[in-house]
Design a protein around this ligand. Structure first.
Ligand code: PLP
Length: 462
């Protein structure tokens, strides 16, 4: 295959893409294959001789779509959304056409400079204070890991990276019981250890009990441990819990501790001023992560970390060996120094395309619709006699269960997803098995959302 073939096949792929998207409503949302089904369709060994693109493409259409769970399906209500607006897909194709490596300013000046401007656009769109800068990571997991590594190095006066951890005091981090597992993963990888992530209990609103936070920090200081930072959440994954940032950041600051806020999902909703009360006090945070690849329509992978001051993170993660120097440009921004991997894709392009193609007003309208439809759906679901709303909508996420108990709820969820018209997933809340519903798919309509009510009603009483 050469570039002339690529031209032809890109057109075929564009036609296929168009058909695929228009066929989504007729496909089951969750893949209906069994483990091993797809692997069994693939030969055990690679071909010795080239095969024709015709054959390869035909195998793709025959084997792959069947084995996919369709995240762009308008009736995808599982996990959190993984949206890809067409404008963002187009930008990805163009970035792919140049296939550049954006590790240094010099290796792709447009990628670096556009990244700086897009961070500023998003900061302003979310109503954050003008002192924030930031960078684009692949995922929130890596953004949070970067923040935790920075907390570690700051607490160890930058000695962890050089001397290693064994000789250092025992570090402690604090987060509520509601935070995402990426925080647990971060403390593990950072060498701080799961046992040193202190999970602070939550109050009746599922927010961190800040009195308990203060008590835990004081107890650790008295025991000779070294507190290193506090991690807060806005719109956590399970049921959408949020900490009261103002209060929690004040406690952290009273002990001189940095804070990182995980708003991976809910951050996108902050383009609407009326939801910003959920993160009141955010401007006091040292680090914030949010994923435009969830609710804003800017496709995987696109995770934004805002930083009040990038210097500690660059000091923690930045290395500039001789072969990565840009001659004559020692002051230049090299975004690899702000994150873990050296290699980076040109991710700013899809932000630029998506924000321009929709405008902030277009994106706000979608988010407002999703939230209103989620509320309407929760109200309808509450009218079913066997259904109990366990947590009411936080933004567009709510959860429900059957009054009959966990086994009945779990059996219902299996039937819902085998049925295929909608896709929902579960979590545990206060020791109960609950079904989560989040509304956020870019192309969904009110009718798609109300299908959840119809499917559950038909399965229960049909
Ligand atoms: C989705 C999510 C994450 C993890 O995001 P990745 O980008 O997949 O690493 C972390 N925290 C919250 C609150 C999330 O919703």
């Amino acid at each position: 295959m050469n570039h002339d073939d690529l031209r032809q096949w890109s057109k075929r792929a564009a036609d296929w893409t168009h058909e695929y998207h228009h066929s989504l409503r007729d496909r089951p949302v969750r893949a209906q294959t069994q483990p091993g089904d797809i692997a069994a369709c693939l030969p055990q060994t690679p071909p010795e001789q080239p095969e024709s693109l015709e054959t390869i493409f035909e195998d793709f259409t025959r084997i792959v779509p069947e084995g996919m769970t369709h995240w762009q399906h308008p009736r995808f209500f599982a996990y959190f959304p993984g949206n890809a607006a067409p404008a963002s897909m187009l930008a990805e194709q163009l970035a792919n056409s140049m296939a550049a490596q954006a590790m240094l300013w010099q290796t792709s000046p447009a990628a670096t400079e556009m990244e700086t401007v897009m961070i500023r656009w998003l900061r302003d769109a979310l109503g954050l204070a003008p002192h924030f800068t930031g960078t684009i990571h692949d995922t929130a997991t890596i953004a949070t890991l970067s923040a935790i590594l920075t907390m570690r190095e700051k607490a160890l006066a930058w000695k962890g990276n050089t001397a290693g951890l064994p000789a250092q005091p025992r570090l402690r981090l604090y987060a509520s019981t509601q935070v995402h597992s990426s925080i647990d993963k971060g403390v593990r990888i950072a060498g701080i250890g799961q046992d040193n992530l202190i999970k602070i209990p939550t109050d009746a609103h599922h927010a961190m009990d800040t009195t308990a936070l203060d008590r835990a920090i004081r107890a650790d200081l008295a025991a000779g441990h070294r507190p290193a930072g506090v991690i807060l959440c806005v719109g956590a994954t399970g049921i959408g819990a949020s900490d009261r940032l103002q209060e929690a950041i004040a406690v952290a600051k009273s002990h001189g501790l940095p804070t990182h806020v995980d708003a991976a999902w809910a951050g996108s909703a902050m383009i609407c001023p009326e939801f910003r009360h959920l993160w009141a006090g955010i401007d006091g945070a040292d680090s914030i992560v949010f994923n435009p690849h969830k609710w804003l329509g800017i496709q995987m992978d696109c995770s934004i970390q805002f930083l009040a001051d990038p210097v500690p993170q660059v000091r923690t993660l930045g290395l500039r060996p001789d072969y990565l120097e840009t001659l004559g440009q020692s002051e230049i921004t090299n975004y690899n120094e702000w994150t873990v991997p050296l290699g980076r894709r040109f991710r700013a392009l899809k932000i630029w395309f998506t924000l321009r193609a929709h405008g902030l007003e277009g994106l706000r309208r979608r988010i407002r619709d999703h939230i209103a439809w989620s509320e309407a759906l929760a109200t309808a679901m509450a009218s079913l006699p066997d259904v109990e709303i366990i947590t009411p909508p936080t933004l567009s996420l709510f959860s429900f269960a059957l009054k009959d108990g966990d086994a009945a709820t779990e059996a219902l969820l299996t039937r819902i997803n085998d049925h295929g018209q909608i896709y929902l997933t579960q979590t545990r809340h206060q020791d109960r098995f609950v079904i989560r519903v989040q509304v956020g798919q870019f192309d969904c309509t009110r009718e798609d959302v109300m299908t959840v009510y119809q499917v559950v009603r038909d399965l229960l009483y049909g």
